[in-house]
Design a protein around this ligand. Sequence first.
Ligand SMILES: [Zn+2]
Length: 591
Amino acid sequence: MVFDNSIPEWNLDSFYCPDSENLKLDLAALEDKRLAFESKRSLVSEGRKPSKEQFLDLIKELEDLSRLSQLLCCYASLYFASDTSNPKAQSFSEAMDEKMAVLDNSVIFFELWWKELDQESADELIKAAPLYDYWLKRTRAFKIHTLTEAEEKIINLKNATGSSALINLYDTITNGYRFKSAFLSDQSEREMTREELISYVRSSDPAHRQGAYQEFYRVYAQGGPLLGRIYQTLVRDWNVEKVVLRSYQSARGVRDKTNDLRPETVESLLRVCKEKGPSVFGRYFKAKAKALGLKALRRYDLYAPLNGQAETWSFKEAMAEVESAFDQFDLEFGQLAKRVLNEGRLGAQPRPGKAGGAFCASSVPNQTPWVLTNYCGYRHDVFTLAHELGHAVHSLMAKDLNLFHFHSALPLAETASTFGEMLLAKRFLDRGLTGRARDDLIFHLLDDAYATVGRQAFFSLFETKAHQMTVSGATWEDLNQAYYQNLQTQFGDSLVLSEDFCWEWVSIPHFFHTPFYVYAYSFGQLLVYSLWRLYEREGPDFYPRFKAVLARGGSQGPEAIVKEAGLGPLDDDFWLSGFEYIEQMLNLIER
Ligand SMILES: [Zn+2]
């Protein structure tokens, strides 16, 4: 590993200092603003209606209050991420959580009143606040799924001991799982955590990859019947609450609406993934088998490394690569990314106690985001840098929006970050890499494409089926079978599947925590591939249209934003052009 001494670390002092006068003043200001807003309740209670001026003032006051609370929460989370073992950071973060709960209760009256208001009065008031149009209409769009205040309270109270308790139970059970190291024949037996065990599926030793998966599913199969029943209870609860009581069109329709996507659009995405995925990724699995020197790829070998040269980059070199890749696309794109580093907001040093992984925190408009990574010099660290700085560019481009329109909806949230990674990949490939180094990079891109597009889309197809089957009385054994069939459809004869994988579905936390979340991954990735194809065709003309997507943040639904930028419609052809990008990659390695 190559280290230079110039890996930057962010300086949170320019945000707040712990116990500083500044921080105390802002916390006091937050409390004052909360009480002031709460006192406005009389403007809308007992059938009263605010004037247009009063309405606009209320919105601005709520925005101002939310802005300050989000800044303080952002600071609390960054302070904690800087040093997770610092008890002061921990207690500050907990104190902020409590303040937020109180704050939510103080302002909820506005949203409830707004949803209940008659359409004519609402239309009039929306005209008085045109800049907040989308947010105001979106909030009201959920009115038909909102129950009475008393019913909402009962659901909230009962959820704490019902579905939320079941999700906690699932987490507690699975977090408690320990795995045996017996498959590593050279070591004495010991217990491993899930993370430790799973790292062996990327081992260069085929026996270790197989052993890790078998041990993983041995443990999940033991708990499987119980986890399966927890899952089915959650599914029935979802159906009773969302479909029966709240009148959503379907189980998945709940998520479609939250994502502001038409069901037809999601169906088009999943249809194309189902039709195209098995053949395109099938080619990939065969190419990978060949590159690994295997007769056939086993499911166990899916993430096997190619063992290309483990090249490393100093931080300075890595940053120069990312900057050049962004600059080549557009100077503004590069300029905005550089702001993060220049303003001391990039924390890249790997330090004990610091939060793992990487993120970009952009809490409010017109503020340079804070980016955390743990830079160790490997290629994947350079890509992480491009990814997180892409997020930062996205939020800097949306700087002129109001707070309620600032954050993109989930399906668009990864647009600039994924695009940033592709710009970096292009830079590396353009350099004329050859042999193992080139193949290694392309296999890395295809691994990502499979994990994000193919795998997640088939998860989503299973999820829809599992909800339908459960509501019609299927057992967990039926779901096991359905999951295995889903895998068979996905892989066909392109790799060797083994029965252990029929338990995979009980090991996917998203299925339990956030039903129907996973298709957003396929959506985001294919969208970017498809945009990339346009960029290849249009060259510099593409940038303004891409920028138009980013600058709209969450001020419209994803489909409207893409369409307005002249980049849609999101139909079968659009998704198919995303697959064409994956096929281009395949053509590079199938020789
Ligand atoms: Zn991301």
